[in-house]
Design a protein around this ligand. Structure first.
Ligand SMILES: NC(=O)c1ccc[n+]([C@@H]2O[C@H](COP(=O)([O-])OP(=O)(O)OC[C@H]3O[C@@H](n4cnc5c(N)ncnc54)[C@H](OP(=O)(O)O)[C@@H]3O)[C@@H](O)[C@H]2O)c1
Length: 286
């Protein structure tokens, strides 16, 4: 991976941090895209002390703010002239309903919409750097996700928000792979395993403590991301779902092209709406 430039979102903790370490061990240049720059720098120092590549960078990215996503993409393009691998790893699993600064339900907003916009902004660079790869960290919980387009903010029913966001990840992979046919940019989704990380930080301590007994390490969790980002065997595969570094059949809903296209269009609208000035502000400016 020498001379390859990679971004890992959520590279400051858990599976993302282990993914950064694995890529750095393979001599890649890696950008740790994280919301907390101090935490990112601590991860960078820890990884650089052991890795073959010391070419690690920390850049601020808050996926709960679409303005931050745009600012990150602009700052990245100003600093780097190519992008070989984009690992969309960052994720949240909130227990209570929360909103992003753009008014999106938090799990959907961070896990899906933020990454959707990030991809859109970085795609020109991925295309000029091709062959290149996008790796989307979904979950084996995606088959239980359901998307109600009449209640994307989940005002009526707050349940299944996290699986919904992970189904959205897989539908995004499917719709994007179609759009990328013939470009030599590939995109695949994955389940990392059930891993001991900070993901369940919102849940009661006894639940987290109990779960620790059954969980694998972040290094084991990073294995499939690193496989899809680096393996020669995965270079030309696109639009698929992996676990344990092997292709797996995703849930039925993740194969629904009509659903994938509807989600794509609705997400474009959400992103456009968040960028548009509020009506009152527009009227004042007129
Ligand atoms: N752990 C599992 O068993 C498991 C199973 C299936 C799928 N996954 C998926 O694996 C991915 C990694 O999760 P993890 O288990 O490693 O959890 P984690 O330890 O909580 O790490 C999540 C990472 O995402 C970052 N993040 C959260 N909100 C963000 C935001 N608004 N903007 C930018 N970055 C943000 C976190 O930043 P901070 O450090 O600042 O919080 C952290 O670096 C997620 O997509 C998750 O859904 C995990």
């Amino acid at each position: 991976m020498k001379d390859k430039i990679c971004i890992v979102t959520g590279g400051s903790a858990g599976i993302g941090k282990a993914t950064v370490a694995g890529l750095a061990q393979r001599r890649a240049t890696v950008v740790i895209a994280c919301r907390d720059v101090d935490k990112g720098n601590a991860a960078k120092d820890e990884i650089a002390a052991k890795a073959s590549s010391k070419d690690l960078h920390v850049m601020q990215l808050d996926l709960a703010s679409l303005a931050s996503v745009r600012a990150f993409a602009a700052a990245f393009a100003a600093k780097f002239t190519r992008l070989d691998v984009l690992v969309e790893n960052a994720g949240v699993m909130t227990r209570k309903r929360q909103l992003t600064v753009d008014g999106l339900e938090m799990n959907f907003g961070v896990n899906h919409v933020g990454h959707f916009l990030l991809t859109e902004r970085l795609l020109p660079l991925l295309k000029t750097s091709a062959p290149s790869r996008i790796v989307v960290v979904s979950s084996n919980m995606h088959p239980s996700g359901k998307i109600d387009f009449d209640d994307l903010a989940m005002e009526k029913s707050w349940s299944g928000s996290y699986p919904r966001s992970k189904l959205a990840n897989m539908l995004f992979v499917r719709a994007l792979a179609k759009r990328l046919e013939g470009t030599k940019v590939v995109v695949n989704g994955l389940h990392p395993g059930v891993i001991s990380t900070e993901l369940a930080r919102d849940f009661p301590a006894p639940v987290r403590l109990l779960a620790k007994w059954f969980l694998k390490s972040p290094e084991q969790g990073a294995r499939t991301s690193i496989y899809l980002a680096t393996a020669a065997q995965a270079a030309e595969i696109s639009g698929r779902y992996f676990a344990d570094a092997k292709e797996k059949k995703p849930g039925a809903a993740a194969l629904d092209d009509a659903l994938a296209e509807r989600l794509w269009t609705e997400t474009e609208h959400l992103v456009a709406r968040a960028a548009a000035p509020a009506p009152a502000a527009a009227a004042t400016n007129a």
